[in-house]
Each structure stands twice: as structure tokens, then as C-alpha cells.
Design a protein around this ligand. Sequence first.
Ligand code: ZN
Length: 418
Amino acid sequence: MNKAVCGLMTVLLSGCVHATWLGATGTGGGSALEPRPADVPMELYEVRASAVFPEKLFEPPLVAAPAPRVRPAPAVVEAEDEDLDGESAAAPAGMAEAEEDGETEGSEDPSAPRYTAELDDEALALKFKQDPSSLGSLSLGLVGQGRLMNAARFPAGTNWTLTTPHAAYATQETIGYIITAVTEVTRQFPGATPLRINGLSSRDGGRLRPHKSHQNGRDVDLGFYYPGETVRVRARERVIDPAKNWALVKALVTLTDVQMILVDKRIQRVLYEFAGEQGEDPAWLDSVFKGPHAIVKHARRHRDHFHVRFFNPRAQELGRRVAPLLGSHVQHGPPRRHKVRRGETLSAIARKYNTSAEHLVNLNRLRSQKVGSGQMLRVPGKSRVVRLPVPPPVVVPPRRLPPEMRRGPEVASLSGVR
Ligand SMILES: [Zn+2]
């Protein structure tokens, strides 16, 4: 196979991972990453990563963030994306149904913006090798076949409830967007019940049951706002709070780089009608809910939550740029065992396995950080990322703003004077 084709293929075959950049005769296990010549596009620039860097340097650092406070589960119960792989009935004819794990294929456009232009390829490779955490969150691969590196943990907050602590990880961008939107709803409705945040990604990304997507830190399931607490009916469209849920959708669309919002069309109808009655611009409203470029799309099994996916200009672009270096990136795998040696502390063991003492306490359900000689502990294992698809370049479209938000500050102040 031609290497140019190989680099552009959606699925990066393992053979390609170890290819050298186009035209080179092989890195021969060089001691440093060779700089990419200016005329070689990034997607053709692949290095023999495992020969260049020792694997130890690639272990993902933990992002130190306080563990989110888990509240007792309220009576609202979401079905989530159960069994999205299942052999469920086909969509009714003519209904536009969004693909939960779909990723738009982009074509290479030299004029496309670069969101990480301040890092040239050499600097990026060096940082990836020496201090990967300094790069911030990296969204790798695709939402349905991806990984997450340098994940951030969703912080605890009074305006939301985290229902899935094991899936409370995402990119910094995704977490920032969600907090922005929820904060805006709370600003408008100070007494709102905390929003249920029902799952983002695992700490290292990858498969997260029962979801098909949610693999690279860009997806989140959000519950609905209800007037009260207790909701058990199936027809949630009858019991949701239209004003707060519409405020959430509007905040996501106008204040964040949202890519899509999946929700059942019966819920959509309630929000669309409410927004229309509120005097939202009809053309803008239609562009959000209708047609091939709608942001809000119908999906089955999304009658009790929003599935929101964000563009991550930085994490996605960095994830794409480091793709050639991933051959030796080590991820946490299934837990292994460690026998505590005499004098060994939990923090020393944590360092050894590139994790935190808190994580080991949780993993082993310890009462404290005290461990004794001979004690068996569960520790994170390691597994290699050998095959990950290389995503198309990310191009974030301009935010879709209603007319009243499109006015520049100058125009706004002028109209204010008159
Ligand atoms: Zn989901």
C-alpha cells in the first residue's frame, strides 16, 4: 500500500504506525524525532515512535482534581444509551436519524484553521515525550473508537450532580463547555434543580458500556430539567420543564462549540414550540432543529436525556497531530496485583504505577493510605494502544447565533443610544 493512502485512511493499520515519513528511508531507531520537512503534510508524517522514545515516558499522567461528591441517586432515572449496539428495529422510513458514533469525514483543506499553531511539530513531539501533561487533554481517534489522554475530571458543583463517577472524565474543553451552559441556565433560573450529568468518558477513554461513543472525551449525557424531583413516566416530554431545557439547548448552541445534540423528536417538539412562543427568531430556530445541518437531531432511546457532543478544536487537533507518536503510548489496562514490600508506602506504589494514592485507596477500598508489608493490592495494569483511527482534521464551524446575538458591540451600543 502506498504510504500517502495509508496516512489518509480512516483506520490506521498497525503497519502504518511504524512507517517513516513519506520519502524517508527509515529512521533506523534514531535517538530523536526527525523534524518534519515543511512540504510534508502532517498526516504523512509518521515516525517509528517506539524506536524513538522509551515507553515509560508515555504513561498518561493523572490529572489531580478533587473527587466529585456523589449525591444519593434522585428518583429521576434515565435509561441512558442502553444497548446501542443491539439489534433494535430500523428507523421508520423517512426519519432522519443521527448516527450515535458517526464522525464527519473531512477533506484536507490547506486554508483550514490550525488551533494549535503555537506548537510546531518539533516542540509538540518534545513535549509529548518529556512532559505530556503539559499538552492538556488529547482527544484521540474517533468518538466510537477512541481514547483520551490527560483527561480532566468533572468537578463537583452545586448546579449539577455527577451520577457516574467512573465516567466523569472528558477533555478540559468539553468540561468547560458543559459548565458554561449549565451556569447560564442557573443564572436565568437560580432555583433550578441540579442537572444530572450522566456520563462522559472513562479516564483513559475507550469503550464505556453501554455506550457506543463516549470514547474520546467529547460526549456527555445530560438529564433533563424537571419542575420537581420525581419523574418516572416514559413520556418525559409531558413532564420536562420547557423553559429550563430550552435555556440549556440555547446556551449549548450559542455559548459552546457544540457539534450535535441528540434527543427524541417528541422532546424536540416541546422545546421548539416553547422557543417559538418565546419569540425566538423562526429562521434561526429552524436552522437549529430542522434540515440536514440541524444541531438538534433525533435518536432512538434519547427520550430521557440529551446526548451532547462537542467539537474540541484543541484536544482533537492535538490528538490528530500526535497520532504518529502513539505507537508506544501506554494506557491503563485491567488491574494487576502488587505485593507491598517492607517499608513501601502507598504513594511510592502509586508513583510506580503512575497513578495516585487516592486512586489506589478507591481501587482497593482501603480505609486509609496505610498499607503493610506483604499486603496484596490491586494496581492499574497497562495496555498498549496499537490501532486507533486517525480522525479527519477538525474544523469548528462558526457558532450559530440568533439575530440579536449577531450584532456587534458597536451596533448594539448605537441602538442603545438611540
Ligand atoms: Zn450518550
